[in-house]
Design a protein around this ligand. Structure first.
Ligand code: GLV
Ligand code: MN
Ligand code: MN
Ligand code: MN
Length: 435
């Protein structure tokens, strides 16, 4: 199978292949020391990815639209229509995000965007004429790596986060979301913007799998069933700064100790739930952060997820209680604030089954043995989940990641599996556009 994103643009010129697109993106925001990507929203590296996307859309004759939150959609219109001829609702939307966590992998987000562009090229090359508009969406700040709330763009779009709540967000340096957007030259107008997607009949997000399920099953592509509920909590431990040498061990009020014991307790609590929960402290700030001083304050962020909301609430409640007990013992103070919450998501079962059927045939057509397209539950958050919660018929395709690693440089998709992913996505989109 060689249709690795080869296709023609609206003007008849050959559009860049998947490989060429991937090579162009690969250079943007990469830390040569670690191989990880730093594409935090509204920073030059992430904006370079967005400009790259806008250029790709233009080369294909797609019509760009955007909202005041920073979300973008590039539309391929039916031959009979042009945006000037008025609104055309009821399209199909695909896409993902271009931002990354700090030190992230190359695939989380960009795979869905590049595969979407390549899928359009495949559809064009095979003579598909869409009856509905097809949009490629790029959602902003999916990771919440800069402003703390994951899927910020899609939450604002659907109203899951209010403009006032978003306006209060600050990054680690104290810059507000609105200021960051303005500094990047974007006219910020935060608020609901679901109209940007034009009342789609379906949203389909293709994404790298962030675990090893497909690798273990020997399948290149899978379909998502659900997303675990998850959230983020900021734990602020306050103690008393003092000299590391002259302060006797029993005289200290050391918030680092309270934090450390809390991190251990969180790990143990989640382990006791035997695969049904996760608890991670992945970000910590220490004041004054001096080697020879007992700290005055530790801020640590808990990311917790579980198989259902009741388990999650109990888990976080237990961690908070243990942290509070430890704070009493250490003579420190604890304040906990929830920064985000994402309820459990079940993807549209009808759409899911339809995707599975179509993807199965398509994957076999790309040279793989005709096997089942597995159904997978995931513990990772996605804009697709936010749209599903807002009532948009939504589905996700996952592409095999042989390392099983994600949010780290080892995240990977084999080029052969990329072809299977593009083939499956193109077939799914063609099917949805036909009806
Ligand atoms: C985003 O990828 C998340 O699930 O944290
Ligand atoms: Mn992602
Ligand atoms: Mn991610
Ligand atoms: Mn995600």
């Amino acid at each position: 199978m060689t249709n690795d994103g080869v296709g023609s643009s609206a003007a008849g010129a050959v559009a860049p292949t998947f490989h060429e697109m991937w090579e162009e993106l690969a250079a943007l925001g990469r830390d040569p020391r670690t191989g990880g990507y730093h594409r935090l929203s509204w920073t030059p590296a992430e904006r370079a990815c967005v400009v790259w996307f806008q250029e790709q859309a233009a080369r294909r004759g797609l019509v760009l639209d955007g909202d005041g939150n920073g979300n973008l959609v590039a539309w391929w219109w039916p031959d009979s229509a042009s945006p000037e001829r008025g609104r055309l609702d009821g399209g199909v939307v695909t896409g993902s995000h271009l931002d990354s966590v700090r030190g992230g992998g190359a695939y989380d987000g960009p795979l869905g965007v590049v595969s979407a562009l390549a899928a359009i090229d495949v559809l064009r090359a095979s003579g598909v004429r869409p009856r509905r508009p097809l949009g490629v969406a790029v959602f902003v700040e999916e990771e919440g790596a800069r402003f703390g709330v994951p899927c910020l763009g899609s939450r604002l779009m659907t109203g899951a986060l209010t403009p006032d709540e978003a306006a209060r967000l600050r990054d680690a340096t104290g810059t507000s979301l609105v200021d960051a957007m303005r500094q990047a030259g974007h006219h910020a107008e935060l608020g609901p913007s679901l109209a940007l997607l034009r009342d789609p009949v379906a949203f389909v997000e293709l994404h790298v799998e962030q675990g090893r399920q497909l690798a273990d099953l020997g399948a290149p592509v899978g379909v998502a069933t659900s997303i675990w509920p998850h959230g983020r909590w900021r734990f602020e431990f306050t103690g008393e700064a003092n000299h590391a040498g002259t302060t006797a061990m029993e005289d200290r009020h050391d918030p680092m100790v309270t934090y450390a014991m809390t991190a251990l307790a969180a790990n143990k609590r989640a382990r006791l739930l035997e695969g049904r929960a996760r608890a991670t402290f992945g970000r910590v700030e220490v004041e004054p952060n001096a080697v020879n001083a007992v700290p005055s304050r530790v801020r640590a962020w808990l990311d917790a997820r579980a198989a259902d909301e009741r388990i999650l609430e109990t888990l976080v409640g237990d961690i908070r209680r243990q942290a509070g007990e430890r704070a009493t013992r250490d003579g420190t103070r604890l304040v906990v604030e929830r920064e985000s919450w994402t309820p459990a998501v079940e993807f549209d079962p009808t759409l899911r089954d339809r995707l599975r059927l179509v993807a199965r045939v398509a994957v076999a057509g790309t040279g793989f043995e005709a096997g089942e397209v597995p159904l997978l539950a995931t513990q990772a958050g996605h804009d697709a989940g936010i749209l599903a919660s807002a009532g948009v018929p939504t589905a996700m395709l996952f592409v095999r990641n042989p390392t099983g690693v994600s949010h780290a440089p080892a995240e990977y998709v084999d080029p052969v599996d990329r072809v299977a992913g593009v083939g499956a996505l193109a077939a799914v989109l063609a099917d949805l556009l036909r009806h």
